[in-house]
Design a protein around this ligand. Structure first.
Ligand code: ADP
Length: 222
């Protein structure tokens, strides 16, 4: 179990940061904040690698239930809004109040949207990010647009493969495992949907995914 020790490290770091053992002097606090950020990063990487191995073993399965797409968007927005604010990026969510109810794996769909929104913020240095959800032809169509560097035609194919990142030094500097998009695409496909990107260098990127409104069973393996 890879997650348990990492969670313990994060838990103890939080206790110290909460001054449970006495007031923490500023320089130590700063260092501990870094321990925490890096620990959270490592935990995210561990989760991605675990998902990848489940995926390869054909054991990535959906837990189907009723959900509201508005809630999924809301959860993703709340999770990334401080990141966006920290980079002075505008963050907009457009969700009609009358979206139909959904059935699918809410936790996994939130993971997909978080991955897309997190990437949009990670790779964008000015401008903003816009998340939009609509219902079209019996499916949800969700998009995440950014005003970032954009992705070349060649890289657009690569980035959905495991461990692949667009080949530029700026990308490398941003960290990440190169697993998020391949896992996200798989999750969407298990719902019977599609995930794709429209982008050109210099004009930003828009990632789209569709999932049927009501998913009653998981799609067969492709
Ligand atoms: P990671 O973000 O961990 O590298 P992903 O699979 O989520 O892994 O993304 C793969 C690659 O796709 C990224 O490394 C980056 O090169 C490219 N990419 C993804 N989203 C964007 C975006 N919004 N703008 C520019 N490049 C992106």
């Amino acid at each position: 179990e890879l997650r348990t020790p990492m969670n313990a490290v994060l838990g103890y770091t939080d206790l110290i940061l909460d001054d449970i053992f006495g007031e923490v002097p500023a320089p130590i606090r700063e260092t501990l904040e870094r321990v925490k950020t890096n620990g959270q990063h490592l935990l995210a990487l561990i989760n991605d690698v675990l998902d990848l191995s489940r995926m390869e073993a054909g054991q990535l399965t959906l837990s189907l239930g009723d959900y509201a797409m508005g809630e999924v968007v809301h959860a993703a927005v709340s999770a990334v809004e401080s990141l966006a604010a920290g980079k002075k990026l505008a963050l907009k969510a457009i969700v009609p109040a009358d979206l139909p109810p959904g059935r699918g794996d809410e936790r996994r769909l939130t993971q997909v949207l978080l991955n897309l929104a997190g990437n949009a913020i990670k790779f964008t240095d000015s401008g903003g990010i816009s998340i939009e959800a609509r219902a079209v032809d019996g499916a949800f169509l969700v998009s995440v647009s950014d005003t970032g560097p954009g992705i070349s035609e060649v890289d657009q194919h690569k980035i959905f493969e495991e461990f692949q990142q667009a080949d530029s030094s700026s990308t490398r500097a941003k960290g990440g495992s190169g697993l998020g998009l391949s896992i996200s695409r798989r999750i969407v496909e298990l719902h019977g949907g599609r995930l794709w990107v429209e982008s050109a260098p210099g004009v930003g990127s828009t990632f789209y995914f569709t999932v049927p409104l009501q998913v009653e069973r998981q799609a067969e393996k492709a």
